[in-house]
Write a protein that binds this ligand. Structure first.
Ligand SMILES: Nc1ncnc2c1ncn2[C@@H]1O[C@H](COP(=O)(O)OP(=O)(O)OP(=O)(O)O)[C@@H](O)[C@H]1O
Length: 361
């Protein structure tokens, strides 16, 4: 976590489990959210993200554990406040607006008795770039505009916590990036604590201050996107964010042999099998000069020779697949721009040691 854990969290999930039948679909999950911070629950389908969000919202109830908002218990120990009494905003994939109400009335719906309602509605419509849309009806709006109205409506009562489940998945790709950016800007300007569910790593990296990576009902790693991407806890965490290369090896005397020379693998017992994981974009390609490659360096170890098996053009980058000279290892590299060597071309690969992850199997 990036924040001081002594500070009262805006939303705290404390050791939450949710059992369906004999299975814990959420299993001892704890999470703390702070004002102005966007946390993404990220993970594969079925890992328990939506169930966690529903428990935070109060539309589902945990089997064990506690939910606190601003330090106050809202669910647990026999208590269970309904969603409307929790001071939360909700936004789901299906963000249905009221079709018979104008945009302004939709946004003002949750603050009907607020004397400053009209000012607040105007302020929010301005913030989502729809100041002239107040008198329109939902069916006169595009999908992206409707999404922005739904966001304004959810934020109108100034909820301490905003809970969002795949809020952009109904939008087409072209719209999604702009709507995401506008949403993020608005959430930040309102200072709300946000918990957002997504199964898309790129979306989480784009939106989150903190990513909580889930698997089988548990958070396996949480932290800033940069840290999660660059220091994954295991091979599966690394593979969730990009395609990866895996080199299998065995530790002998604190060293593991690889195509790139011996890797220092201290602290791992002799004879242990390890996986060395390299992201394809971290492999550097050099030309073969009469059977020789670049010189070894401390940073990168020994370059490894391989022969191109296949090269594919992917638009803004190319994917080159290699059969390495070493031990039938196959590696693939992603290089920016158009670089499409012919099959059979010998080339040299290097990788910075600090870009490689070593995991005990
Ligand atoms: N009411 C229920 N009764 C029984 N099983 C349920 C119920 N709700 C969810 N589940 C199961 O719990 C697991 C977690 O579901 P959940 O919707 O939380 O996953 P998710 O990570 O949000 O997945 P997705 O990204 O596909 O929405 C799934 O296997 C699902 O089938």
């Amino acid at each position: 976590m990036t924040q001081d854990t002594n500070e009262t969290a805006t939303l705290e999930l404390r050791d939450i489990s949710r059992r369906f039948g004999s299975r814990n679909v959420v299993d001892g999950l704890s999470l703390r959210l702070h004002a102005g911070q966007v946390t993404c629950l990220l993970g594969p389908s079925g890992c328990g993200k939506s169930t966690t969000l529903r428990i935070a919202a109060g539309v589902d109830q945990q089997t064990t554990g506690h939910v606190l908002i601003n330090g106050e218990l809202v669910s647990g120990d026999g208590q269970h406040l309904p969603p409307e009494s929790r001071g939360i905003g909700l936004m789901f994939q299906d963000f249905a607006l009221f079709p018979h109400l104008t945009v302004a009335k939709n946004v003002g719906f949750g603050i009907a008795r607020d004397p400053n309602r009209d000012v607040r509605v105007r302020e929010l419509l301005g913030k989502v770039g729809l100041e002239d849309f107040g008198d329109k009806f939902p069916h006169q709006l595009s999908g992206g505009e409707q999404q922005r109205v739904a966001l304004a409506r959810a934020l109108a009562p100034r909820p301490a916590v905003m809970l969002m489940d795949e809020p952009f998945s109904g939008l087409d790709n072209r719209l999604r990036d702009t709507v995401r950016d506008a949403t993020l800007e608005l959430l930040k300007s309102e200072g709300t604590a946000v918990l957002m569910v997504t199964h898309e790593p790129e979306e989480a990296m784009r939106m989150a201050d903190q990513i909580a990576l889930m698997r089988d009902g548990r958070i396996v790693q949480s932290g800033a996107p940069y840290n999660i991407y660059n220091s994954p806890v295991d091979r599966r965490a690394a593979a969730f964010f990009s395609d990866i290369n895996v080199i299998n090896g065995q530790v002998h005397g604190a060293l593991t042999r690889t195509p790139f020379g011996d890797f220092l693998t201290p602290g791992i017992a002799d004879g242990k099998d390890v996986e060395i994981v390299i992201r394809p974009q971290h492999l550097r390609i050099d030309f073969d000069r009469g059977g020789r490659g670049p010189n070894p360096t401390v940073e990168e170890g020994t370059p490894a020779r391989g022969v191109v098996e296949r090269a594919r053009f992917l638009g803004h980058q190319s994917l080159v697949e290699f059969a390495m000279d070493y031990d039938n290892v196959r590696l693939h590299a992603v290089v920016p721009g158009v670089f499409l060597p012919n099959a059979g071309t010998p080339l040299w690969l290097s990788v910075r040691r600090d870009r490689c992850f070593v995991f005990v199997q």
